[in-house]
Design a binder for this molecule. Structure first.
Ligand SMILES: Cc1ncc(COP(=O)(O)O)c(C=O)c1O
Length: 466
């Protein structure tokens, strides 16, 4: 059967925005916005820490695209690395074969990763890396005499991706409910939002961290240690607004995982490749997990790529006999993406991007902390070049906004006002309402000031319209 394409023939529908509205199914997007007179914002160019829309207007990219463009936009050498590789070998799978770009990148990632995390399994993104890690945990325990271990413990409000396994690990109920039943075995524990810590821990971050980590031990006991395969956590949790690990927290989680023979998986989809000032945040925090999942910044977004990096212990059973990890992706370790990642990591080394974050993170924090004088700013938290600003109705009581206010504040006003004022960033209410920042790693004080100034103006106005 042949079908005739249906073109909407209203006047003006040949603009890019109209074509986007009529044909491009945007991700996590309320399309009604664009049928109610709103226009799809169209970004056409990037240079350094700035992006431009199709009307020629410039914006500061306060989110590095989507926590991705670490080295900044417009890097010719990354485009050239892609072109060179595509000319030489555009594609070959890593299913029983290999190609130089994937081999060299695997070796390099193993070198950057903590401990003996030497085994690199490439994916095309972060969700696939998470999915891969859970499947590895299950198969590993089946192969090593503990076949009943399959459950995963993760934290409330954490986002770990959209494949159905990764979504089970995700702790955001509204993102899961439409797709239930999901993969069984996802168990949730509290996150490390110190600002929202139980009253008795509000003045002692270390005690709060210990309390939060011990909830993992409690969950393992409750579920039965023989049923639990892994704990998944981000070193700094993104969703909810950048929760750093309290002192001693990650160490205690490591201890708990060892005690119960449960794998510790650090989901570094966002926190790796300089976001926290090291190739992997777990290096910075001095704790070695059993698996790291990563993606996004590995290529600075010039081509898609993700990876799961596992310890030697987890690879060991696969060295023998007929054993194989029965899992893979066509695009995993794509030659073009791997070549781009190598060139991107060369930039990291040559320009000292991690060191730039370490040198400037204090100044970034101090600049954002100035916003605490605004009545709407309850908390400023984060690490490296990764910050969340929590918005509240009452600073003293920490009262948050109800659903209707949050809708009006974030969707009705903030997202658009920030963008209109030249700052692309995220206004999010998957937890309590926050504005999130994750700028390219190339910036310094002048850009911090620019971000602060725009936020100050828009947040002041937001308070006045409430
Ligand atoms: C911590 C974490 N894990 C997994 C994912 C999913 O990554 P992707 O969108 O590349 O599948 C994300 C995406 O933002 C993430 O932040």
């Amino acid at each position: 059967m042949t079908t005739t394409p249906q073109f909407v023939s209203e006047p003006g529908n040949d603009s890019l925005a109209d074509k986007a509205r009529d044909h491009l199914w945007m991700h996590f997007t309320r399309h009604s916005t664009y049928y109610d007179g709103g226009h799809v914002p169209i970004i056409v160019k990037g240079e350094g820490a700035y992006i431009w829309d199709d009307q020629g207007k410039r914006y500061f990219d306060g989110l590095s695209g989507l926590f991705v463009v670490q080295a900044g936009h417009g890097r010719k050498e990354l485009a050239e690395a892609a072109a060179k590789q595509a000319e030489k070998l555009a594609f070959f799978p890593i299913w029983s074969y290999a190609h130089p770009a994937a081999i060299e990148l695997a070796e390099r990632l193993a070198h950057y990763a903590p401990g003996d995390l030497n085994r690199v399994f490439f994916t095309s993104g972060g969700g696939e890396a998470v999915e891969t890690a859970w499947k590895l945990a299950k198969q590993f325990f089946k192969m090593t005499g503990k076949p009943t271990k399959y459950k995963v413990i993760s934290r409330s409000i954490a986002y770990h991706g959209t494949p159905q396994g990764a979504l089970s690990i995700t702790g955001i109920p509204p993102a899961k409910i439409p797709f239930e039943p999901l993969v069984p075995g996802g168990v949730k524990v509290p996150n490390t939002n110190f600002y929202r810590a139980p009253e008795e821990y509000r003045t002692d971050e270390k005690a709060f961290g210990l309390w939060a980590a011990n909830r993992i031990a409690e969950a393992i006991e409750f579920e039965g240690p023989d049923s639990v395969a892994a704990v998944f956590l981000e070193p700094v949790q993104n969703s909810g607004g950048c929760f750093p690990p309290p002192p001693g927290y990650l160490e205690r989680v490591r201890e708990i995982c060892d005690e119960y023979d449960v794998l510790m998986v650090a989901d570094e989809t966002i926190t790796s490749f300089g976001r926290i000032g090291d190739m992997f945040a777990m290096n910075r925090y001095g704790v070695t997990p059993d698996i790291i999942t990563c993606a996004k910044g590995m290529t600075s977004g010039y081509s898609p790529l993700g990876a799961m990096i596992a310890s030697e212990r987890l690879f060991e059973p696969f060295k023998h006999g007929n054993n194989a990890f029965l899992h893979g992706y066509t695009w995993g370790g794509h030659p073009v993406s791997a070549a781009v990642a190598m060139a991107n990591l060369d930039i990291f080394e040559r320009e000292g991007l991690n060191q730039n974050v370490i040198n400037n993170e204090g100044a970034f924090r101090r600049t954002l902390e100035k916003l605490r004088d605004l009545p709407i700013v309850g908390d400023v938290r984060g690490a490296g070049y990764f910050y969340g600003i929590e918005l509240v109705k009452d600073k003293v009581t920490r009262e948050t906004f109800n659903e209707e206010e949050s809708e009006r504040l974030l969707r009705g006003f903030l997202s658009k006002a920030l963008f209109d004022n030249g700052l692309y960033c995220r206004a999010d209410d998957r937890g309590d309402p926050v504005v999130q920042l994750a700028p390219p790693l190339i910036i310094g004080q002048p850009e911090f000031d620019e971000i602060e100034q725009i936020l100050r103006g828009v947040l002041t106005e937001a308070w006045s319209i409430l």
